[in-house]
Write a protein that binds this ligand. Structure first.
Ligand SMILES: Cc1cc2nc3c(=O)[nH]c(=O)nc-3n(C[C@H](O)[C@H](O)[C@H](O)COP(=O)(O)OP(=O)(O)OC[C@H]3O[C@@H](n4cnc5c(N)ncnc54)[C@H](O)[C@@H]3O)c2cc1C
Length: 427
């Protein structure tokens, strides 16, 4: 008999990463099936525990100041080990992050490359360098951010300044993530540092204060380079929130690889099925998985961290697909898990039932969140019992679970719980 429990984690997003980390820490041999990008890869750099709009609305209704909610110690320890996120202290003010659309939004933490305006002293002036890129209108952005009520409450002023930060032909057009990747090179980062020094010197020569520099999501794709720049310049330097599929997602994937590399056996494949055979769980990769990754893997416990609808763990099977053949022959549940497993999908505390209409749910009514209920599409998922157990030996984590807020720290918390429970499970 194997002395160490064998745990298979399926899905390499925030929840799967946390599950691997916790299962390894609890003494398990861990195999991670990475089926490709999911919601975590789309990270823009904001890190929330509960959806930030909900917290902002609750604080406004109650007339209370927004404060950072406490987190379990194990979540804070995981974030420290991951290394790419910065959390704000519990009980204090939240981070305030700038979006490219000119709004400030609160967050429980952020990618280390981002600039939180909450960290600046009252009266600070933030300068946005002018850069010839389509997503970056420094003057308009500075004006919009300065007019945001949060900037006024923080007492932070914003302004734009001339700069010459691009170096090579075509850099005004390349994707932001590619520009970020160029700053992984220390020599190129030094070039940027020297150009930013000029911006600061020019501003100060004109008697304009500079306490921080706010840039686009361009400061490194493997690690956040903002701190090195800040140390060189002697002031705070950071990014605005990225767009989907940009540098913060790449930095998160790089941090995950550094954390899990020594801890897990990585299989780059999607999983077709999980089944109990002769007292063991058997995980079968999809037929399309690359050669060598096709053999079944046996496990004592499995964690399904396969994500929700956004991450591809749950598929929406529209009834309209039957339209060319006429009305569907029978009503059916319009959601399916991305793999076969003896687990139950549910929503709003109930098993997912055959919808009352053969045409499926009325998405214009239930597909959007309201102040009374979250969207059906963001709530549908796996129904779990204690310790996130879905069926004997099979655990769920993150967006794959029904009726859980879809946030990065929520995914981490459930991932840690499921990973530990999987490693400690005994028949
Ligand atoms: C557009 C968008 C913006 C967001 N913004 C924020 C934000 O600002 N702040 C915040 O805190 N949260 C945000 N979230 C939510 C947050 O990203 C998610 O809650 C979190 O990333 C979920 O992590 P997860 O590991 O559960 O799922 P995912 O990251 O989706 O990971 C699941 C993984 O499982 C894989 N998978 C699925 N099926 C299989 C299979 N059969 N075999 C193998 N692998 C499989 C998928 O490829 C995917 O990589 C946002 C989400 C989206 C979509």
């Amino acid at each position: 008999m194997n002395a160490r429990p064998r745990v298979v984690v399926i899905g390499a997003g925030a929840a799967g990463t946390a599950a691997c980390y916790a299962a390894h820490a609890a003494g398990a041999e861990v195999v991670l099936f990475d089926g490709g990008p999911g919601a975590t890869s789309l990270s823009t750099g904001a890190v929330d525990a509960t959806p930030w709009e909900q917290r902002a609305a609750a604080a406004a209704t109650l007339g209370l100041a927004l404060v950072a909610e406490p987190l379990p110690a194990e979540v804070e320890a995981f974030v420290t080990a991951l290394g790419c996120w910065q959390l704000v202290p519990a009980g204090g003010p939240p981070a305030w992050l700038a979006t490219e659309s000119g709004r400030l939004r609160s967050a429980r933490g952020h990618d280390r490359a981002l600039l939180s305006l909450a960290g600046l002293p009252h009266g600070a002036r933030v300068v946005l360098p002018r850069v010839e890129r389509a997503e970056w209108d420094a003057d308009a952005l500075a004006r919009a951010l300065a007019a945001d009520p949060a900037a006024r409450a923080l007492g932070v002023a914003l302004g734009a300044a001339d700069a010459d930060l691009l170096r090579l032909h075509g850099e005004e057009r390349i994707p932001a993530a590619d520009l970020a990747a160029r700053h992984d090179d220390p020599e190129r980062l030094a070039f940027l540092g020297a150009r930013l020094e000029r911006v600061v010197a020019d501003e100060r020569r004109r008697d304009r204060r500079v306490d921080a520099l706010l840039l686009g999501p361009w400061l490194g794709s493997r690690e956040a380079r903002a701190r090195e720049l800040g140390e060189r310049l002697g002031l705070c330097v950071g990014e605005v929130l990225g767009t989907l599929g940009g540098a913060p997602g790449l930095r998160l994937e790089a941090a995950r690889a550094r954390l899990l590399g020594p801890r897990v056996d990585l299989v780059p494949a999607r999983v077709r099925s999980v089944a109990r055979v002769d007292g063991e769980l058997v995980v079968r990769p999809a037929a399309s998985s690359r050669a060598g990754a096709g053999a079944p893997t046996r496990a004592d416990a499995v964690v399904l961290a396969t994500g929700g609808l956004a991450g591809g763990g749950i598929r929406y099977v529209a009834a309209e697909q039957d339209a060319p053949r006429g009305a569907p022959a029978r009503a059916r549940v319009p959601f399916a898990l991305s793999l076969e497993a003896p687990v139950r999908l549910g929503v709003h505390g109930e098993d997912l039932d055959i919808t009352s209409s053969t045409l499926g749910p009325s998405l214009d009514e239930v597909g959007w969140p309201t102040s009374a209920a979250p969207s059906l599409l963001e709530s549908v998922g796996l129904r779990a019992g204690p310790h996130r157990e879905l069926a004997p030996g099979i655990f769920g984590a993150g967006d794959a679970l029904a009726d859980r807020p879809r946030t990065l720290l929520g995914a981490v918390a459930t991932g840690l719980e499921a990973g530990r429970a999987a490693a400690e499970r005994r028949d």
